[in-house]
Design a protein around this ligand. Structure first.
Ligand code: DGY
Length: 328
């Protein structure tokens, strides 16, 4: 009997066709995020799940899907999945690393440039009919070239963001739990520094860490207090890495100059106060949302799913222990 796959949202036809060649495929016809009870019902008889970061894959869902062997997450991050619960049931979990690195780095820069040069605010200004004449002090922003970029997290995406800074002649300081090798540091023209130093020295702070207990509220009141008053904060990683209440306070009180956010603590809810601030650029979690990259992510998730269902080790397995445990 062909395995059954449930796809939790409307995805890409190429990926669906690929899955259909290997399995019986059922999709969420509504293309909205299913409530936990709906997801449990819809996925109950599935052997594989193509899940999104908006789906909570927890012990309850896994218990409701006794046949489930593989959950392929359509994202590089997988903080929506309870890995311990998956391990306890021998469910393989996969993600989509690498394919979204450059696109996400592009978007971190889009936010940085937009926040520094007040692009979103300028757009609102023009649309509101306020552009009456060129003005010497109108919508003044901050230069990007020649400034110091502070990167928190120097994994794949952090490095790609760093590479783009070369064109702007920027100095790069970064903080991560481990240092990049000397060749990479020289190549990127980046220097490791303690977190406090990065925060204090940077004109732009961009965050590129996964959401872990240790990174939750990494940028809090104390972190904002260390930053320069003209510092601009960019977050394309996960919302809870930034304490949004502290961010609203820091922005509102002028302790930092601006922010560019693609992710939120209680997504899709936005922290009260954020939308009232002119000095923030807000995007709806679209850093990886280019035609090319989202299709690649989807195909990668589909390939991971089929591999796991066919008994092959999925190329992007994030819980090898579950794989080892399911081997004879
Ligand atoms: C991810 O992949 O984790 C992003 O947040 C969405 O592309």
């Amino acid at each position: 009997m062909a395995p059954r796959i449930f796809i939790t949202r409307r995805v890409f036809d190429d990926a669906v066709r690929y899955l259909e060649a290997h399995a019986e495929v059922v999709g969420n016809p509504t293309d909205r995020v299913l409530a936990p009870a709906e997801l449990k019902d819809a996925a109950a008889e599935s052997d594989g799940l193509l899940a999104l970061l908006t789906d909570r894959v927890d012990s309850e869902l896994l218990a409701a899907c006794p046949r489930l062997k593989v959950v392929a997450n359509f994202a590089v991050g997988y903080n929506n999945i309870d890995l311990d619960a998956a391990a306890a049931r021998g469910v393989l979990i996969t993600n989509t690393p690498g394919v979204l690195t450059e696109t996400t780095a592009d978007f971190a820069w889009a936010l940085l440039m937009a926040a520094a040069r007040r692009v979103a605010e300028a757009d609102r200004f023009v649309r509101d009919g306020k552009f009456r004449a060129w003005g010497p002090r109108m919508l003044l922003g901050h230069d990007v070239h020649g400034k110091t970029l502070g990167l928190i997290g120097m994994g794949r995406i952090g490095r790609s963001v760093a590479r783009r800074a070369a064109g702007f002649g920027m100095r790069i300081l970064y903080h991560d739990v481990s240092e990049v090798g000397p060749d990479a540091a020289a190549d990127l023209n980046a220097r490791w520094a303690p977190m406090e130093e990065v925060l204090a020295e940077a004109d732009f702070v961009s965050v590129h860490v996964p959401l872990l207990p240790a990174t939750r509220h990494l940028l809090d009141d104390a972190a904002f207090a260390r930053m320069k008053p003209h510092c601009i904060v960019i977050n394309t990683s996960r919302g809870p890495v930034v304490d949004e209440r502290a961010l609203v306070r820091a922005l509102g009180e002028g302790r930092i100059a601006g922010a560019g956010l693609d992710v939120y603590e209680r997504e899709p809810d936005i922290e009260p106060g954020l939308t009232e601030l002119e000095n923030v650029v807000l995007a709806p979690h679209i850093a990886s949302a280019s035609h090319e990259t989202r299709l690649r992510m989807c195909m990668m998730a589909a390939e991971n799913l089929v591999a796991g269902l066919e008994g092959r080790r999925p190329p992007n397995l994030v819980n090898p222990d579950a794989w080892d445990a399911t081997r004879p």
